[in-house]
Every structure is written in structure tokens, then in C-alpha cells.
Design a protein around this ligand. Structure first.
Ligand code: NAD
Length: 443
């Protein structure tokens, strides 16, 4: 991604001087936190700051319109120190090497924050799924898996869904890998599969549910001055896909009032609360949330600047930046998306006393239930939804407490006031670093 480019052009200025390269941002976040991790040898620090492996593949696909097109795909593996690589696959025209490397590194830190035995990975294919048929996407997915070969596997690197990829595509990944490795239990090679073929109950809602658990816990612990409970909390959500739309439903069920939502086409707001079921139906029918009856249309910038208690970015990277952060009026930001807040915006929000529940904590519910799915597949088990959600709650609350505790520890030991992102990174780097040291450097 270029320095001046932010996804979601509607809110991207041409004037920002901020470096919006997500991999540079991930490394800045690492550096800020690593200074509080003592006993991390310099060489190990350099290793964890980088990305262990980046594969790029190019392959032809004969599309339904009769043309043969060449697609490029990436798979980045940041670290396998704590376990096999884990991370989604994204289909989007703006996928690039630095984006997948950043997302892979965030996966390492995320898995460490929620304390699950995975490293970090991420993949993507440069394509516009809106302009491709389902059959084209099936061929692209299958060919990508063949090109990746044995670089993915149930105990080496395990993909999952991300932006514009879904459960059926995960089934195609499994099926292709299974064709290549017959005679084995290959179900754990990919998570986010359809429930009927080894997917976990609760996986589809897990990212949003985890976001709710973290937000509720942080509020209970007094981390958001001026917000006392989820009940009655006014919430604005940017992005109305898997993470955002389901968050809208779950926050509403928990007693919050969703006052604004948006997608790539624009947004809508209502002082009295949006009927989220009607919004989902409207989006299904028209492809957009815009024009929902009983609401007024707003822009994506309006959404970020709306009066609310909790702002949930659930779309893409670099949405809250130095050029638009001043207008944010929320009392708390809960990052369901990966990388939505830039370092300059983090700094500004911290100075204004607006806490940011960071992505590597707040959206970790998805990978946590992916881990539960992987365990169920290995054990040939099928947990109930109550079992999944109960374990998810326990994991997310423990992780929230650990991050809040790390913020206090950094204050006590280093006399430094740091934001929750830095605390979460420091916790994760400490956990990954400790295992790296215990394992030792091979050979
Ligand atoms: P999705 O494709 O289901 O939804 C993305 C949504 O964002 C769509 O509604 C799209 O219209 C909207 N959008 C795009 N550009 C926008 C803009 N400029 N303003 C407002 N909305 C915009 O994707 P998803 O799976 O919900 O992922 C969203 C974010 O959550 C990503 O950052 C992803 O990495 C992160 N995430 C997802 C999961 C998961 O399990 N799906 C897990 C962890 C993190």
C-alpha cells in the first residue's frame, strides 16, 4: 500500500503525510512495546520484528467469460514460535505483500494475547470478488491451494476466512488439500468451514462475540471513563460484513443501542437506534445499508465523528488517522477490524483520554474459535454452541484482564503511561519471547 493510500477511498484524504504502510505500522507498534520487554536478546527482537516467510504465487485461471486471467496470491508466515501459523485469506483488489506481512504479524501477537498455541500467518489474492462468478472464485481458490502446496498444513500453517472469503471457500480449501493428501484426517488444515463438515458452532459469530466480551469486560473494569455498562451504550459501527453486522446484532441483544452503521457505499444513522435485523435485510436486498427506512444517510467520515459511547471500526486498515482523529467523539474505541487506527491517531486519542481496545485483543474471538475448531477436528469432536461460547468468554475476559494488568505493570516498573495497544503488544512479545528463549535457536 502506498504511503498516501488508505482503503475506503471515501475517507482517504490526498493530503495526509502519515506513513500508512501497514507493515511499517506493525513494526512501529512492535518497537513501541518491545522496549518494555526486558530480557529479550537483540537478535531475537530483530527476528520477531520481521516476517519469517513470504510466498508469492502467480497462476492462470480460465474464467467463466472465456478469458484466461493471471492472479497473484500471497501467504505470509510471521512466526511459528508458539505453534503452527494461523491466519485468514483475503480476496481484495488492494491485497499486497506488506499488507499480508502486517496482518500475519498481528496474528502472532493476537494468538499470544489470547494464549492459544498458534503463530501468525495471513494470505490474500489480488482480485475483485464482486466482478467474478462463484465458479471463478472456486477455481481461483483451488488453484491457489495447489500453488501453496505443503507450505500450508494442519500442523504447519492453517488458513481461515477473512475479508470477502467465507465458509464455502474454506470447504474448497479443505477439499483441494484433501485431494492432495488422501487417507488422512485433513479437516484441521483450515478453519471457518461449514458446520456440517467440521466447522465449529459459533465460529461465524466469534469475532463479533469476542469483541462484545472484551468491550463489556473493559467497561466493567473501568477502562472507559464515562461508560458504565454495555446496557444503554450508544454504539457506531463502521463496516457491515461478518465482523460489523454480527457485532451490531450481538451488541443490540446485550442492550446497547446501535446509532450508526456503514459499509463501503456509505452509512446511516438514527438517534433512536437502528433496527439491525431490518438493516441486514436491506443490505441483502440492495447491497448497501444506505437508504434504510427510518434512518438518515451519512458519509463514512460522519460515522467516525458521530456522538456515541463506543465506536467499532469493523472494515479495513487506516480508517482513523491524524487527519480525521480530531473529530472522533466516542468515549471508547473497540477495534473489530485489523489495523484501523494509525500510530498518529493512537497518540492523539491517548492524549485525549479515549481508550482504544486494540485489534490484537478485541478481534481475537475469531481465531480463538478457529483454535476450538482445530481441536475439535483433531479429536473428532463436535462441541455445543454453549460450550464454544463459554470457553470463548473465559479466554477473552482473561486476555482483557491480562492486557489491563500489563498496562499497570508498565506504569509500576518503567514509570511509563502507555496505551492499551502498547500494553497488549508488550504482553504478546513477552509471551512469544519467553517461548523462543526456552526452545532455543535451532540448530
Ligand atoms: P467482510 O468482507 O465481511 O466485511 C467488510 C465490510 O466493510 C463490508 O461491509 C464492506 O462494505 C465494509 N467496508 C469496506 N470499506 C469500507 C469503508 N471505507 N467504510 C465503511 N465500510 C467499509 O469482512 P470481515 O470479515 O467483517 O472483516 C472486517 C475486518 O475485520 C477486517 O479488518 C478483518 O481483517 C477483521 N477481522 C475479521 C475476522 C473474521 O472472523 N471475519 C476476524 C478478525 C478480524
Amino acid at each position: 500500500m502506498d504511503v498516501h493510500s488508505a482503503r475506503g477511498k471515501s475517507s482517504a484524504p490526498s493530503t495526509t503525510t502519515e506513513n500508512l504502510n501497514p507493515y511499517d505500522i506493525a513494526q512501529q507498534q512492535f518497537d513501541l512495546a518491545a522496549q518494555y520487554v526486558v530480557d529479550l536478546p537483540d537478535g531475537l527482537r530483530t527476528f520477531l520484528r520481521g516476517c519469517g516467510r513470504l510466498l508469492k504465487v502467480e497462476f492462470p485461471v480460465e474464467c467463466e467469460d472465456g478469458t484466461v486471467r493471471v492472479f497473484s496470491g500471497y501467504r505470509a508466515l510471521h512466526s511459528r514460535v508458539r505453534g503452527p501459523g494461523k491466519g485468514g485469506i483475503r480476496y481484495h483488489p488492494e491485497v499486497n505483500a506488506d499488507e499480508v506481512r502486517a496482518l500475519a504479524s498481528w496474528m502472532t501477537w493476537k494468538c499470544a494475547v489470547v494464549d492459544i498455541p498458534f503463530g501468525g500467518a495471513k494470505g490474500g489474492i489480488i482480485c475483485d470478488p464482486k466482478k467474478l462468478s462463484r465458479n471463478d472464485l472456486r477455481k481461483i481458490t483451488r488453484r491457489f491451494v495447489v500453488e501453496l502446496g505443503d507450505s500450508i498444513g494442519p500442523h504447519s500453517d492453517i488458513p481461515a476466512p477473512d475479508v470477502n472469503t467465507d465458509a464455502e471457500m474454506m470447504a474448497w480449501i479443505y477439499d483441494t488439500y484433501d485431494m492432495m493428501h488422501p487417507g488422512k484426517n485433513n479437516l484441521p488444515v483450515v478453519t471457518g468451514k461449514p458446520v456440517a463438515m467440521g466447522g465449529s458452532l459459533g465460529r461465524n459469530e466469534a469475532t463479533a462475540r469476542g469483541c462484545l466480551f472484551v468491550t463489556a469486560r473493559a467497561i466493567e473494569e473501568g477502562a472507559a471513563p464515562g461508560v458504565r455498562s454495555i446496557r444503554g451504550t450508544r454504539v457506531a459501527i463502521q463496516g457491515y460484513g461478518n465482523a460489523g453486522a454480527i457485532a451490531a446484532r450481538l451488541f443490540t441483544e446485550a442492550g446497547a443501542v446501535v446509532v450508526a452503521i456503514s459499509d463501503s457505499t456509505g452509512g446511516v444513522a438514527s438517534e433512536n437506534g437502528i433496527d439491525v435485523e431490518a438493516a441486514s435485510r436491506h443490505k441483502k436486498q440492495t447491497g448497501s445499508v444506505v437508504g434504510l427506512s427510518g434512518t438518515k444517510n451519512i458519509s463514512n467520515d460522519d460515522l467516525l465523528h458521530i456522538e456515541c459511547d463506543v465506536l467499532i471500526p469493523a472494515a479495513f486498515e487506516n480508517q482513523i488517522r491524524n487527519d480525521n482523529v480530531a473529530g472522533v467523539k466516542a468515549k471508547l474505541i473497540a477495534e473489530a477490524a485489523n489495523g484501523p487506527t494509525t500510530p498518529a491517531a493512537d497518540k492523539a486519542l491517548f492524549q485525549r483520554g479515549i481508550p482504544v481496545l486494540p485489534d490484537i485483543l478485541t478481534n481475537a474471538g475469531g481465531v480463538t474459535v478457529s483454535y476450538f475448531e482445530w481441536v475439535q477436528n483433531i479429536e473428532n469432536e463436535h462441541w455445543t454452541e454453549a460450550h464454544v461460547n463459554g470457553d470463548l468468554k473465559q479466554k477473552m475476559e482473561a486476555a482483557t484482564d491480562a492486557v489491563l494488568q500489563m498496562q499497570i505493570e508498565i506504569k509500576d516498573r518503567h514509570d511509563a503511561s502507555v496505551d492499551l495497544r502498547t500494553a497488549a503488544f508488550a504482553l504478546a512479545i513477552k509471551r512469544v519471547g519467553a517461548i523462543a528463549k526456552t526452545r532455543g535457536i535451532w540448530p
